[in-house]
Design a protein around this ligand. Structure first.
Ligand code: ATP
Ligand code: MG
Length: 245
């Protein structure tokens, strides 16, 4: 048991969750390392949701509400950390959820799909039964996507995406939205909207924003979307890391 008074309490709880998920077999071997990289950035950020992150989240929710076919892409890490909030967000945004694994194995896809189904989310895409196609005919496992999901999506939210795949996706003309604590990663740079925040804070925050923006008219959403500039916002996100001794 981690005492609540521990200065790294929240972070250690997440670490325990990840260790559990790893034992259950839903994570790739490198997943804990990716998590550790995220932890380090979050530490330097002060483990808080910054103003530029919030601005990117408003642009995200507006874009997803305006989309014809919005999809949330999930992997083992995002599922382990935020499955309940991901389902809530998909519900409120009327979005699809698709499994995409960097090191895809049938077993892990099955296990992750089962977790969504157990929670009542039956229509999980990207499974072994689903029809997978190659984006832009790039015959690379990193370019595979579900036909009714990401392949035909106009807006895709990719928490913790890998840079290679973000690059492939960015060439499709779809709006690509990343959640990545590292504002210097290829994923962060290649995306159209980059939320520099921890998925465990960003996903529930976006559920709240979505409840609010759902009540607004289309013009209001279009303005939020058009006013957003990812280059400027990424620069501001990076400035949030100014570390004071
Ligand atoms: P890229 O492939 O985009 O150049 P990378 O190779 O440096 O990035 P990966 O190992 O592919 O990074 O992916 C892990 C990324 O996810 C890291 O940038 C890390 O900061 C980020 N990350 C890890 N955990 C979280 C989290 N809980 N919330 C948000 N971002 C996270
Ligand atoms: Mg990478």
């Amino acid at each position: 048991m981690i005492p609540k008074s521990h200065p790294r309490y929240e972070s250690l709880l997440l670490r325990e969750k990840m260790v559990e998920a790893s034992k259950e077999g839903i994570l790739a071997d490198s997943a804990l390392i990716a998590h550790g990289r995220g932890e380090a950035f979050d530490y330097l950020l002060g483990e808080r949701t910054t103003f530029p992150a919030k601005r990117a989240m408003y642009a995200t929710v507006a874009s997803m509400l305006l989309a014809n076919n919005p999809v949330i892409s999930v992997n083992g890490n995002t599922t382990a950390l935020a499955i309940d909030d991901i389902i809530k967000l998909a519900e409120v945004l009327d979005a699809k959820i698709e499994i995409n694994l960097f090191y895809r194995t049938d077993e892990r896809v099955e296990k992750i799909a089962e977790m969504y189904k157990e929670r009542g989310w039956e229509n999980i895409l990207g499974t072994n039964d689903d029809e997978l196609k190659y984006i832009k005919n790039i015959e690379n496992p990193r370019a595979s996507a579900s036909k009714t999901g990401i392949y035909n999506a106009d807006v895709v939210l990719v928490p913790l995406e890998d840079g290679d795949r973000a690059e492939i996706l960015s060439k499709t003309g779809k709006t690509i939205i990343a959640i990545d604590l590292n504002p210097l990663s290829r994923t962060a740079i290649k995306s159209d909207i980059t939320i520099v925040d921890n998925v465990v804070r960003a996903i529930p925050f976006m559920c709240k924003i979505a409840e609010d923006l759902k009540e607004q008219d289309k013009e209001f959403l279009v303005n939020i979307k058009n006013d957003f500039d990812n280059k400027d916002n990424l620069k501001e996100s990076l400035e949030q890391f100014k570390v004071k001794g």
